[in-house]
Design a protein around this ligand. Structure first.
Ligand SMILES: Cc1ncc(COP(=O)(O)O)c(C=O)c1O
Length: 408
């Protein structure tokens, strides 16, 4: 089949909507447009039924006991804000300390920064060079004032999958609420709020082939019953935790996307894992001084993150971007030229943090696309290095770090 350009391999920033999801949503724009809180006529009942069915599908995907534990939001960012701020406000009397990690997505980090300005104390647990958090470090960070542990399930840049079950167990032992930002893991790898001891779980539809503008926060109702202060006041929808009319078509699409992910996950993750490995082997086998970022095993199957020494990540992207959509750093930071804080947190030099490229595959990528992207990436990196005096010096055996740079 002829290749179609540009090729999209940036599926950890967003995913295309699955056409089956769009089909499920369409009737809810024109024919079935009711308000799900209109309790007194069939338009409302129909919309409420559709929302309940979607809620049940999401609950199933994450193994929530009760669909009522799923609270719809506008996306992952809002779910994370609600989890962190909601716990902080509700449990303030109990304590003012939060434990999180240095590699959370901006929604988590920036919410914690705001909470610090409001008088909370936050410990940012570092990660090991492979991107994994040492559970003992989380344990050591806890104090008698800790009210919340928030650790992301899988990282958006390097795909590293944390030992969520071990952290959940620790949180239970200590009686501390446990939130995980699972926006990147949901629908891609098995997640289980019951088995893993998760109390709050954030996810978003647009990363699982659903529409943009809808997400969810799972809020545990039993053992323990988690209570949250709402961020948005109003009609008391979503059990009082998130007021506002639900976007029924988006909610329906989210439910359908979750259902499809559940059906295809074993086959899809194996297929994407194989394609990813091919891409990785082709690139690392042909380019010297290219380094894999993150743990090679405990990583999302569709993620590949490589730093190419002596070239800027942005230059590689520019060399490719008419034909291939990739990302350097996370989607939210790619408008700035700051090095990736995630790669820096692994202990990499600023140069290597500047030179990281993320390839992330999705449901509709093909073998031909992977071969093409591998070939073109190798060509672009080689061309950039041919123009790099630093690379030339390094090849001549000069220790770059020993060079005294001097302005005349
Ligand atoms: C790890 C992580 N958390 C949170 C978010 C924010 O989710 P949303 O875009 O739905 O607000 C993203 C988005 O890419 C993400 O990758």
């Amino acid at each position: 089949m002829a290749l179609k350009f540009p090729i999209f391999m940036d599926a950890q920033s967003t995913t295309p909507c699955d056409p089956r999801v769009v089909d499920a949503m369409l009737p809810y724009f024109v024919e079935k447009f009711g308000h799900p809180a209109s309790r007194n006529h069939p338009f409302g009942w129909e919309a409420e039924g559709a929302v309940d069915a979607a809620r049940a599908k999401i609950a199933r995907l994450i193994n929530a006991r009760d669909p009522k534990e799923v609270v719809f939001t506008s996306g992952g960012t809002e779910a994370i804000n609600l989890a962190l701020k909601g716990v902080a406000e509700m449990y303030r009397e109990k304590g003012n300390h939060i434990v999180t990690t240095a590699i959370e997505q901006r929604a988590g980090l920036d919410t914690c920064k705001r909470l610090e300005r409001l008088g909370f104390e936050v410990t940012y647990v570092p990660v090991q060079p492979n991107g994994l958090v040492d559970v003992d470090d989380v344990k050591k960070a806890l104090t008698d004032k800790t009210i919340l542990i928030s650790v992301m399930f899988a990282n958006n840049e390097i795909g590293a999958i944390q030992d969520i079950a071990a952290i959940g167990k620790l949180a239970k032992e200590k009686g501390i609420i446990f939130h995980t930002d699972a926006t990147q893991a949901t629908g891609k790898i098995p997640v289980d709020v019951e088995k893993m001891g998760i109390d709050l779980f954030s996810c978003t539809a647009h990363l699982i082939y659903g529409p943009k503008g809808v997400g969810a926060l799972y809020v545990r109702r039993k053992a323990p019953r988690v209570r949250l202060a709402p961020m948005i006041d109003g009609g008391g929808h979503e059990r009082g935790m998130r007021s506002g009319t639900l976007p029924v078509p988006l909610v329906v699409g989210f439910g359908r996307a979750a259902e499809i992910c559940e059906e295809v996950m074993p086959e899809e993750s194996a297929r994407l894992g194989k394609l990813r490995d091919r891409l990785q082997d082709a690139i690392l086998g042909s380019v010297d001084e290219a380094f894999l970022n993150g743990d090679p095993e405990r990583r999302l199957p569709h993620n590949l993150n490589i730093s190419f020494a002596y070239v800027e990540g942005e230059s590689v992207l520019m060399g490719l971007n008419k034909e291939t959509a990739l990302s350097s750093g996370s989607a939210c930071t790619s408008s700035t030229l700051e090095p990736s804080y995630v790669i820096a947190a692994l202990g990499a030099s600023a140069e290597l943090a500047h030179s990281s490229i993320r390839f992330s595959l999705h449901r509709f990528n093909t073998e031909e696309e992977v071969e093409w992207v591998a070939k073109r990436t190798i060509e672009v990196v080689r061309r950039l290095r041919d123009m790099s005096p630093l690379y030339e010096l390094a090849k001549e055996g000069v220790d770059i770090k020993s060079i005294q740079w001097k302005a005349e």
